[in-house]
Design a protein around this ligand. Structure first.
Ligand code: GLY
Length: 404
């Protein structure tokens, strides 16, 4: 039964409050050490030999670095963090005004943890403007035919006429933009996209497709395909983790009860395919052996479970809070960087894109740190530390708001 799946990890210890604090303390210090090299420039999407190199603000991942700086500032209030993050807000503003590498759907990943955060935490107006421009850019990728936001590539080509499961995490930016401007157009599109995604990317067995194509003429769902998973029919670990967090968001924003049940089943599929220490291999096809892990998926799943727990009945909520604490304990004990000489990142053993004979991705960042792995590790710890309402920084967390 469902409960048995969740009980599989019954005896795994959960992270304690002292370790949560210790984890955030080390992360904040590590980020402070990194500011010299990574204020004008950003950490690369993934480390190489466990060290990040500096890059320009041109990738889909830069927002996670600024987001880490904000989370560190939330934790320790060191003024140097706030100054650096606000400097990066200028870079995000320039990027969206000049449309530098923004022809894709990752506007939420880029602008929520950086600019919405800056606005929520400090009232910075330039950050607000940048984030609204980013929301405009995101809805420009919406297709009426098929009712979804196109992920990648030039619009209106059959080979790019698809959504990807990751996009559920880009939608909080749209809900925030509607709340902020009073214009419902952003959230209306977000809601259409949610319904389309929820009925296509989740398979009958509650594993998930990474990407899903639509017929350009009729808008009918056509077929699923992987890009970063092992093969078409397998479940890419991070896709499943985006699915867990994505279902929690889908429920939060739409209130549709059926999404609670889907959340539970997508979570169960993930849990059923984990190895002993609960940290998934890069694809859930693998449950033992030498394939690399994707530790970022464990942090993402933990964040999604902690988010969903807010809306569940007490007993159910406890199940997911406990699981989240267990994921974080395993990450903290076995995966988190504890020595700055080893790495300038936060969490080891993550996998960005691993090439297989059956997938279409470019290999990069295999068994390394990556920015979202580090960001969601901090987000999960922050959620365990306090009642954090800054869901990808979309809701105000009044005690954190300062006059700017
Ligand atoms: N959203 C891209 C990835 O998870 O690799």
């Amino acid at each position: 039964s469902e409960m048995c799946i969740r009980d599989r990890f019954e005896t795994m210890p959960a992270i304690g409050q002292k370790e949560v604090e210790e984890g955030l303390r080390f992360a904040s210090e590590q980020i402070l050490r990194n500011l010299g090299e990574f204020t004008e420039q950003f950490q690369d999407c993934a480390s190489q030999g466990l060290f990040y190199k500096p890059v320009k603000n041109e990738d889909w991942t830069n927002g996670f670095w600024t987001g880490e700086i904000w989370l560190a500032w939330e934790y320790c209030r060191d003024q140097r963090l706030k100054d650096a993050a606000l400097k990066q807000v200028d870079s995000f503003y320039d990027r969206i005004v000049n449309k530098i590498c923004v022809d894709h759907h990752d506007m939420g990943f880029l602008y929520s943890p950086s600019c919405v955060a800056a606005y929520k935490l400090t009232g910075n107006k330039k950050a607000r403007e940048a984030a609204i421009l980013a929301a405009d850019q995101l809805i420009s990728r919406y297709h009426e035919v098929g009712e979804f936001i196109q992920a990648w590539g030039p619009m209106n080509q059959p080979e790019n006429y698809r959504l990807i499961i990751d996009c559920l995490l880009n939608l909080p930016l749209l809900y925030w933009a509607s709340e902020e401007t009073g214009d419902p157009k952003y959230k209306d599109i977000a809601e259409k996209h949610i319904h389309t995604a929820m009925k296509t990317v989740i398979r009958e067995d509650y594993s998930t497709w990474h990407t899903f194509f639509f017929d350009m003429e009729t808008g009918e769902p056509d077929h699923g395909a992987t890009c970063q998973g092992y093969r078409d029919g397998s479940a890419w670990a991070r896709g499943q983790a985006w699915g867990i967090y994505g279902c929690a968001l889908a429920y939060k924003y739409t209130g549709r009860k059926e999404y609670i049940d889907i959340f539970k089943k997508v979570s169960d599929y993930f849990l059923r395919h984990l190895p002993e220490d609960m940290i998934p291999y890069w694809d859930l096809e693998f449950t033992s052996g030498d394939e690399p892990r994707d530790s970022s998926s464990a942090s993402i799943a933990a964040c999604g479970m902690l988010e969903m727990a807010k809306y569940l009945e007490k007993e159910d909520a406890e199940v997911y809070r406990k699981l989240a604490g267990q994921f974080m304990k395993s990450l903290y004990d076995g995966y988190a960087v504890k020595d700055p000489a080893l790495s300038n990142g936060l969490v080891l053993h993550s996998t960005y894109s691993k090439k297989s004979p059956y997938n279409t991705c470019n290999p990069y960042g295999v068994d390394e740190c990556n920015l979202w792995g580090d960001y969601f590790y901090m987000e999960a710890l922050t959620r365990l530390l306090k009642d954090w309402n800054c869901l990808l920084y979309t809701s105000p967390s009044p005690r954190d708001v300062e006059e700017s």
